[in-house]
Design a protein around this ligand. Sequence first.
Ligand code: PLP
Length: 424
Amino acid sequence: MQGATAAAGAAANTSQGLDVAKLRADFPILLRTINGHPLVYFDSAASSQKPTHVIQTLTDYYERHHANVHRGMHTLAAEATDMYEAVRRKAARFIGGVDPSTVIFTRNATEAINLVAYSWGEQNISAGDEILISVMEHHANIVPWVRLCEKTGATLKTIPLDENYGLDLSDIDTLINKNTKLVALTRMSNALGTINNLAPIFKKAHAVGAVTLVDAAQSAPHMPTDVQELDCDFLALSGHKALGPTGAGILYGKAELLDNMPPFLGGGEMIELVTFEKVTYNHVPHKFEAGTPAIADVVGFGAALDYLMELGMENIREHEKEITAYALDKLSQFEWLKIYGPADVDKRGAAVSFTVEGAHPHDIAQYLDSYGFAVRAGHHCAQPLMKALGVTATTRASFYIYNTLSEVDSMCEALAEARDFFKV
Ligand code: PLP
């Protein structure tokens, strides 16, 4: 395959708002070759790559500032605490300008959702209650609720898919009823790319007194997030999908909910007074941050947030709409390739799932890897969704700020070649 090397190397500036050619230079990993070809990284929905700014912030933190946070009386402890707490304020701005004390650092979106399931869930859910999610959820927004239902005798209900890979809301007034206590939905599907319009659903949820949670793991790195506009009670996201290091994510929660919730984990930092008989707890957010947090990763996440906010989330969204529209147009010209996800880029993000007739999704991913393309294949931690689609797996190419139209061209060339290779 000729095209991949030349085309992938030439990073076209694909959109007005982002200088893609320039920003690619910020990502050292993009200089790598894989199997003799320039890396084309189309797996950002799983985890994004990191700009030098984030990598250097981590190094600088460890070289010059590291100490444990909150407890220390010395200069380094104060510096580390200031750096860590500054990220809380940044994250609060990033999700729409909330009170920083409503932002809790977690390891990732999975831990954030589990925190709600264990803490809020065990206090507020009992037999006869209903929890509503959707068929397109990632396992991170399924498994904690299945477990909570098993423990409490509550029932898990699901919103099905419509024919355009969106949420089928035809039965929403039955699905949301007086028994509904929680509505937990993804804003952007990792496997379909679908962007869900959550506000009207949450309005109905609030009307019956239910609490709402947004899984923003896929949406937050790729489009503006405003928890007030979403009108959600909780929101979970992972820093590593948004240019940050692994190990730092956030849970946002409305203050009155967080104040009334019991702690998730017990230990240092989260307490006020400890005796062998009784423990009183620290105030929010520290009540939910037991033990030494991932200080360096949080500080690195702050650098990622700076980078994203500097680019502008609207600009990022526009760039991704452009590259996704281009990819959908090219891929839909292959009659042997089926795309799973909305055709309208206004209703979707940049994760594009597909299958190739006659070839297993894993084989396609391996074939692409032999030319340097990193794509994902499998059930994408969405087994119920795969079942609803009638497949066991798909191949997924997911785009981010550093991807170019010419990289999409090269992948399409490689896919055409793969199709010939696997055709029986
Ligand atoms: N929710 C969605 C929609 C995701 O795509 C993912 C990860 O792919 C998660 C939750 C879980 O993210 P993490 O593994 O970072 O906790």
